[in-house]
Design a protein around this ligand. Sequence first.
Ligand code: MC0
Length: 138
Amino acid sequence: GLLRIDHVGVAVADLDAAIEFYSRVFGMTCVHVEENQDQGVREAMMSVGPTPAGGCVQLLAPLSPTSAIAKFLDRSGPGVQQVAYTVRDVEAAAAALRSRGMRLLYDAPRRGTAGSRINFVHPKDAGGVLVELVEPPR
Ligand code: MC0
């Protein structure tokens, strides 16, 4: 099952400008920056509150004009692109959701932030929300 909200993903055009904005206006702390070629993103994890227990906002900037984030920005502009949940076992969580009629985007998990294993529920099956499942690295 789902353990907690892992992060809320926000599509942005300019990652450095967004990090500065979230730090200055909302007082969040940038705890991780990474480029993920497979996902076509440069991303930053912004920690909410004094400890990681407050969860994170994940800022997502496109690496190429054909990436998922570039397509999202073209269609919808900047804003919330995904809600991600922490799971203990991404394969088991995906199987449970498939058995409830959800389409998962990948047959097998792919690599997410900081070596996590991830999969996604299609937004058309989840009320218009792209749902990400995140199994943290052990
Ligand atoms: C598309 N749609 C969305 C959506 N993206 N609805 C809500 N939230 C989104 N993010 C809607 C479209 O408006 C369209 O609606 C319908 O879904 C199908 O659109 P499509 O043209 O068939 O599909 P695409 O090409 O827009 O692709 C959507 C899809 C794609 C979710 C399949 O973005 C994808 O593969 N996403 C998973 C990977 C990803 O998002 N990577 C970036 C984050 P209408 O009504 O017009 O039919 S990387 C990440 O998250 C990693 C680093 C991590 O956290 O560890």
